[in-house]
Ligand binder design. Structure first.
Ligand code: MN
Length: 206
């Protein structure tokens, strides 16, 4: 019997109400239990369709299927990173970067303040739904801001993502209505810099 190789919705490392007043309990619950879960289920449904196609020797629309698979997997991977990328304010979240990530940001962007402004502008200017990310290119050894549309468009292949901010409306509408800028400001109070630093150090060590 073959074991099922499918995606699993990760559990959160903190209670749903850990991010008030920056993100409400209801919003974290909805975002994780409904939205993130939908990407996991969506990706798994396609993987099962691929398995069935193999078993039945039937054809499928490859262009549409692989486009949809990329979207759902992108959604799952980015949300998994996002949950680790935030921590309750004053309890692992907020403040300023230190250690390796501080050095890398200072070198690439001049200062944390300048990076923060640029990253916030990147998040604010995502057209429609998407993400602001900081990613690392191993070829040239530079941390680069990458603006992702939806979950998978504008991605530089093989870049390692070390920081993510979800700016889909579902990530903030319940608490901030259409004020994405206020949500982006709130994010800086819950950014988990230890996690971002660990991600960078892991990449550099490989
Ligand atoms: Mn989301």
């Amino acid at each position: 019997m073959e074991t099922k190789k499918l995606y699993i919705l990760p559990e959160l490392a903190y209670p749903y109400d850990a991010f008030t007043p920056y993100i409400s309990e209801d919003l974290i619950r909805l975002h994780h239990d409904k939205h993130h879960a939908a990407y996991v289920n969506g990706a798994n449904a396609i993987l099962e369709k691929l398995d069935k196609s193999k078993a039945d020797n039937t054809d499928f629309d490859v262009k549409a299927t692989f486009k949809e698979l990329s979207f759902h997997i992108g959604g799952h991977i980015l949300h998994s990173l996002f949950w680790k990328n935030i921590a309750p304010a004053g309890n692992g979240g907020g403040g300023e970067p230190s250690m390796t990530i501080k050095k890398a940001i200072d070198e690439e962007y001049g200062s944390f303040e300048r990076f923060k402004k640029l990253f916030s502008r990147t998040a604010a200017s995502v057209e429609g739904s998407g993400w602001a990310t900081l990613a690392f290119c191993k070829q040239i050894g530079r941390p680069l801001i990458m603006q992702i549309e939806k979950h998978n468009i504008n991605v530089c292949p093989t870049f390692k993502i070390i920081m993510v901010l979800d700016v889909w409306e579902h990530a903030y509408y319940l608490d901030y209505k259409n004020d994405r800028g206020q949500f982006i400001e709130a994010f800086w109070n819950i950014t988990n810099w230890v996690e971002v630093n660990n991600k960078l150090e892991e990449i550099l060590a490989k």
